[in-house]
Structures are given as structure tokens and as C-alpha cells.
Design a protein around this ligand. Structure first.
Ligand SMILES: NC(=O)c1ccc[n+]([C@@H]2O[C@H](COP(=O)([O-])OP(=O)(O)OC[C@H]3O[C@@H](n4cnc5c(N)ncnc54)[C@H](OP(=O)(O)O)[C@@H]3O)[C@@H](O)[C@H]2O)c1
Length: 260
């Protein structure tokens, strides 16, 4: 089938395009790089012509709550309206496990990015309100968050990483679930996907730094009650897909050669 991917040049979009093409699907890619701006409604429906499914994996240039909410909701509304016009039957938006509970909570969850998580929930609602055949896939954090988190609170050779309770997933495994929702192979309006094991982000960052030969000392930072209680963890029906963080680390990060 023909699948349109909004955000095709990104980390998730490019992995999804590879998976879709490997499975014999025809991919139509949308990104600013390839000449389509999802914030500009004109011409969007033409770009979606012939697609049966649309997968929205765009990322906001701003990660703060107001900027990300404005971006995600406008993009979802434009894509949804254009998808109706183009005759798309099924739309899938990629979100994050726990965003609904974080958005509903009156206390800070302590993810370090609560505002962004609330923006992702607003994106889900905009997709459901505007798009044909809407489906939400909520993913756990990706394994690579261990590397990214080292940079968030870095000050020289020390860094602070939140003690996030998460069940991280490999992007290449996650996109197989995203694809199966897009094709209808996996049913359900709301699907969760995570990795095989519960982990602590600060420990993952320390393991990543050690493997990469980075001398940084990683200190764990306290998180809010919601996160401690597992708001970022999948529910019983979540799809759990490997590899584990350790297997991913072995496969992706080369141990630097020791000096003689
Ligand atoms: N990282 C995680 O742990 C995690 C977990 C769950 C869900 N997610 C979600 O995964 C999604 C994708 O993340 P990612 O890491 O793949 O992002 P990314 O690598 O930054 O890619 C973002 C994509 O969005 C496109 N884009 C941005 N603005 C656009 C615009 N105005 N018009 C058209 N395309 C636009 C970019 O294309 P151009 O550069 O050409 O503009 C690029 O293809 C995000 O929504 C994120 O919330 C992430």
C-alpha cells in the first residue's frame, strides 16, 4: 500500500520509511527538506494523493510547552484536513506513553520535559479531531535517550540525569509496530509500544558514558511521584519489542580503543 510519512527525514521517519519499503510498501515522504511544510496547508493534499495511510512523526523545532503545542496542533490539523481531502483512510500519530496522565495531573511529573509531554497530548487530540481514521501510537523513550540525557545537565565532567523510570525501546523495533498500525495489521485506536525491560535513565546514561569512553560522572536527579509510580511505563496490553538497552548498546556503541 502507499503510506505517507510526515517527518520522513527524521530519526523515526527514516527508520519507518526503510521498514515500509522493506515490507514492499510505496512511501511518500513529507518534510521541509523535500519541499513540504506541514505548517502550510496549501498543496498538502496534493502531496498525499494516492496514500491510503498517513503517519505523522514530525518533531517541533521548539520543545517548550507553548511553542511545541502551537506547532504540533497546527501540523496535526493541517495534515488531518489535507488527508480527508486526499481520501486517506487511516492516520497514525506517534506520541509518548503517559502524556495523557501528565497532562491531567495537577502536579509536576518531574520528567524534565513535562511541558513537551503536555504538547504531545494536545497533538494527539488534534489528530483525533481532524484526521481520517485516527490512531495514536504511544511509545516509550528511545534507547538513545541515554546519550541525549548526558548533555541536558552537563557541566564539564559532571552531569545530572533524572532517575526516570522508563522501559526504553529501539527505534528500529518501534517503527515495526508503527507500520503495523498504519497497515491495519495491529488493531486498536490507542497502541503502546516499549522495550523489554524497565530501566533507570540515570543508570543507562552512566552505562552509555562508560561504554563510549566519556569520563563524565552521572548523578541521578530526583523525579516526581508520577514518574516514580511508572507513568512512563506501558500498560498490560503494550507491545514489548527488543532489543534490550544492553543489547542495543553492544550493537551500536563501539568500545573506544585503549591507548598503549
Ligand atoms: N525521542 C523519544 O524518545 C521519543 C519517544 C516517543 C515519541 N517520540 C516522537 O517521535 C517524533 C519524531 O522524533 P524524531 O526524533 O524522529 O525527530 P527528528 O529526527 O527531529 O525529525 C523531525 C522530522 O520532522 C520534520 N519536520 C519538522 N518541521 C517540519 C515542518 N514544518 N514541515 C514538514 N516537516 C517538518 C523534519 O523535517 P525537516 O528537517 O526537513 O524539516 C524531520 O523529518 C516526535 O514527535 C517525538 O515526540 C520521540
Amino acid at each position: 500500500m502507499r503510506i505517507a510519512i510526515a517527518g520522513v527525514s527524521g530519526l523515526v521517519g527514516s527508520a519507518l520509511a526503510r521498514a515500509a519499503q522493506a515490507a514492499g510498501h510505496d512511501v511518500v515522504g513529507l518534510s521541509k527538506e523535500s519541499g513540504t511544510d506541514v505548517l502550510q496547508p496549501t498543496g498538502l493534499a496534493d502531496a498525499l494523493t494516492g496514500a491510503e495511510a498517513l503517519v505523522d512523526v514530525v518533531q517541533s523545532p521548539s520543545l517548550d510547552e507553548d511553542g511545541a503545542t502551537a506547532f504540533f496542533t497546527a501540523a496535526a490539523a493541517n495534515l488531518g484536513t489535507a488527508a480527508h481531502e486526499a481520501g486517506v483512510r487511516r492516520t497514525v500519530v506517534l506520541s509518548i506513553i503517559g502524556v495523557d496522565k501528565i497532562a491531567a495531573s495537577e502536579t509536576e511529573a518531574g520528567t524534565g520535559f513535562d511541558g513537551y509531554y503536555r504538547a504531545k497530548y494536545a497533538q494527539e487530540l488534534a489528530c483525533v479531531a481532524h484526521a481520517p481514521g485516527p490512531h495514536v501510537v504511544r511509545s516509550a523513550q528511545f534507547h538513545d535517550i541515554a546519550r541525549q540525557a548526558i548533555g541536558w545537565g552537563r557541566d564539564g565532567d559532571r552531569t545530572t540525569v533524572p532517575d526516570l523510570v522508563t522501559q526504553p525501546v529501539a527505534v528500529d523495533a518501534m517503527v515495526e509496530v508503527l507500520l503495523a498500525v498504519a497497515t491495519g495489521e495491529i488493531e486498536g485506536d490507542l497502541v503502546e509500544v516499549a522495550g523489554p525491560q524497565q530501566e533507570n535513565l540515570a543508570l543507562l546514561s552512566a552505562a552509555y558514558a562508560e561504554r563510549a569512553g566519556d569520563p563524565v560522572q552521572v548523578d541521578g536527579a530526583p523525579v516526581g511521584e508520577l514518574v516514580r509510580d511508572g507513568v512512563l511505563l506501558p500498560g498490560e496490553d503494550g507491545h514489548l519489542v527488543g532489543p534490550s538497552f544492553d543489547q542495543w548498546l553492544d550493537a551500536t556503541v563501539t568500545v573506544p580503543a585503549r591507548r598503549p
